[in-house]
Design a protein around this ligand. Structure first.
Ligand SMILES: Nc1nc2c(ncn2[C@@H]2O[C@H](COP(=O)(O)OP(=O)(O)OP(=O)(O)O)[C@@H](O)[C@H]2O)c(=O)[nH]1
Ligand SMILES: [Mg+2]
Ligand SMILES: [Zn+2]
Length: 354
């Protein structure tokens, strides 16, 4: 195995005199896992690299090429080599800061798991994030075995503006073959998508492995069933890691959505929305849309002045998930303040009615 097998190209990756090139396959808290000409290795960052780093973008990420200073008993990353592309997202806590998710990626495989209806907005957001960093987006409809033929055709049409979607199933014989054939040796792919979309399952399949092997191969390759109630994942994968597939393509698996800022909401909001959901359980009709139906507990709370209509609107929006994380930080803070008060009054109102 040589570095070329991990995508090394001497024309684009230039290593300073006296140092050796390595590629980062995983980032730990105190060191990085790298692949070198002689195999995998743990490497630490030099103090200087830490010192001159101005933001998270200056630290190595999975997929990065780095310069390594190696002796018998140590390996130090002295610098991050120039990146051909980046996959980055805005930090949820800051408007200007970015978090680097991966580097030197050619194609982002954006997974949607067909156990849930297609969320076009979310796919668009992932695609935009990829394109923003010079990464080519490719939508992949996974778990296609759970869609009927009609549903599959409709789903592909729904995302046609993002290019031709691939459809895969990790369960059916040959269900991942098209994808497998499409992954070119020496190129780097990253899988993005919400928790439970089937990313790691697909990785295992592409590795030619059954999921039962996972215990032998470690946490990076573990998969878990989605929640029965809402079909969402359980955040099984906890770190980004790069592997070389038997086909020669390089694939980065990532933890699901939480990390992409879609669910790191402030607790206050979760509480109040939870309270509205509880109220909704008291509506007369189970399929109440809370838009003025008779016997709507949410509507009554608004009428009694216990609940602000704007919060109900926000809650409706939340149900359309995309809006959940789109809300600007400022709006969130404002909402948080408002919800602190309202949460109390809703809970009080509930008690009074008991
Ligand atoms: N029906 C069906 N189920 C699948 C398919 N692929 C994966 N699953 C199931 O979906 C569940 C979640 O799969 P994972 O691979 O753990 O999902 P993930 O995207 O890696 O999730 P995180 O690591 O939490 O981000 C598992 O129970 C899988 O068995 C598929 O093609 N068809
Ligand atoms: Mg996973
Ligand atoms: Zn209602």
């Amino acid at each position: 195995m040589t570095l070329t097998d991990y995508g090394f190209d001497s024309a684009t990756v230039q290593v300073p005199e006296g140092l050796e090139a390595a590629r980062v396959t995983a980032v730990n808290r105190t060191n990085c896992e790298v692949i070198t000409e002689t195999g995998p290795l743990l490497a630490e960052l030099t103090g200087r690299l830490r010192f001159v780093a101005e933001s998270g973008m200056d630290f190595p990420a999975v997929g990065d090429w780095v310069a390594l200073n190696r002796a018998d008993d140590f390996a130090l990353i002295t610098e991050v080599l120039p990146r051909a592309s980046v996959l980055r997202r805005r930090r949820p806590s800051s408007e200007s800061e970015f978090q680097l998710l991966a580097a030197n990626v050619d194609v982002a495989l954006i997974l949607h798991g067909c156990n849930l209806p297609v969320n076009v907005r979310r796919l668009e957001r992932f695609a935009a994030m990829a394109a923003d960093g010079g990464v080519q987006p490719q939508v992949v409809l996974s778990k296609i075995d759970l869609f009927s033929r009609d549903e599959a055709v409709q789903a592909v049409a729904q995302v046609a503006h993002l290019g031709d979607a691939l459809t895969v199933s990790a369960l059916t014989e040959g269900g991942a073959d098209d994808l497998m054939r499409g992954l070119e040796p020496g190129r780097t792919y990253v899988m993005l998508g919400p928790s439970g979309a089937g990313k790691t399952t697909l990785l295992n399949r592409l590795m030619g492995r059954a999921d039962d092997d996972a215990t032998e191969t470690g946490a990076d390759f573990a998969t878990r069933e989605v929640r029965a109630g809402d079909g969402k994942g359980r955040h099984t994968t906890t770190r980004r890691h790069l592997v070389r597939l038997p086909s020669g393509a390089l694939l980065i698996d990532t933890p699901g959505v939480r990390e992409l800022g879609m669910t790191d909401m402030h607790q206050g909001i979760d509480d109040v929305f939870g309270a509205i959901s509880d109220l909704a359980d008291e509506c007369r009709f189970r399929d109440c849309s809370h838009q003025g139906e008779a016997g709507c507990a949410v509507g009554s709370a608004v009428e009694r002045g216990e609940l602000d209509q704007s919060l109900v609107d926000a809650w409706h929006k939340l149900e359309r998930e995309a809006a959940h994380f789109e809300r600007s930080i400022a709006e969130r803070r404002q909402l948080d303040k408002a919800t602190g008060k309202l949460y109390k009054s809703i809970m009080q109102g509930k008690k009074d009615r008991r």
